[in-house]
Design a protein around this ligand. Structure first.
Ligand code: SF4
Ligand code: FES
Length: 200
């Protein structure tokens, strides 16, 4: 595949044709907030709506995870309109997220913290009414716990389970792992669970 050149935030980069803007940026050290993007997934879900960027010549911001790179493209990741949309998406996600960082094992390695910091918003936001979900925590698996209250429904663990491990034991919207599925043995899970955890 041929290489093309484009400019993101005044930085000239080169990448292979066929990539999307998000991966071109991330691979060149330019951060764009994202939660649902999965490298290698042919049809991105584009569901988190965090990766808005502005492309010169386009009237509206575009989502970087579905926008293909083009020769000579000029992109701004911190344009006013793109940031406004991304902030709204982030605040909507946070409105239904039980923020309790001090007692959370993701504290300091958390994607939500990174996104909020990058967008300049608070984790506890007053813009939208707080939605307390209070859903039951699923501890039916001896290998991991599924807390639907904390889950941001990015779909990454589901994708790894289906596409990489070839199991398809969990899915959205339920997102619950259950022994009612014909799961491989515990050893298989122990060996492969790390891949699912790494995505979370
Ligand atoms: S997932 Fe992140 S934002 Fe949420 S409580 Fe844990 S550390 Fe805080
Ligand atoms: S990463 Fe683009 S919409 Fe989620």
């Amino acid at each position: 595949m041929k290489n093309i050149s484009l400019t993101i935030d005044d930085k000239k980069i080169s990448c292979s044709d066929g990539k999307t803007l998000l991966w071109a940026a991330l691979e060149n050290g330019i951060y764009i907030p994202n939660l649902c993007a999965i490298l290698g997934k042919t049809h991105p879900a584009a569901s988190c709506r965090l990766c808005f960027v502005e492309v010169e010549g386009e009237k509206e911001p575009v989502v970087a995870c579905t926008e293909p790179v083009k020769e000579g493209m000029v992109v701004h990741t911190r344009g006013k309109n793109a940031l406004r949309l991304a902030r709204t998406s982030a605040e909507l996600i946070l409105a239904s997220h039980p923020v309790d960082c001090g007692h959370c094992q993701k504290n300091r390695s958390c994607e939500l913290q990174k996104i909020a910091n990058h967008l300049g918003i608070k984790l506890i936001t007053k813009r939208f009414r707080k939605l307390e979900r209070n859903l039951p925590i699923d501890e039916s698996s001896s290998l991991f716990t599924y807390n639907p209250n904390k889950c941001v429904l990015c779909g990454k663990c589901v994708w790894v389970c289906q596409e990489k491990l070839g199991i398809g034991a969990i899915g959205l919207p339920e997102g619950v792992l259950s022994d009612r599925f014909h799961l491989p043995g515990q050893t298989f899970w122990r060996n492969n669970l790390q891949r699912m955890r790494r995505m979370c």
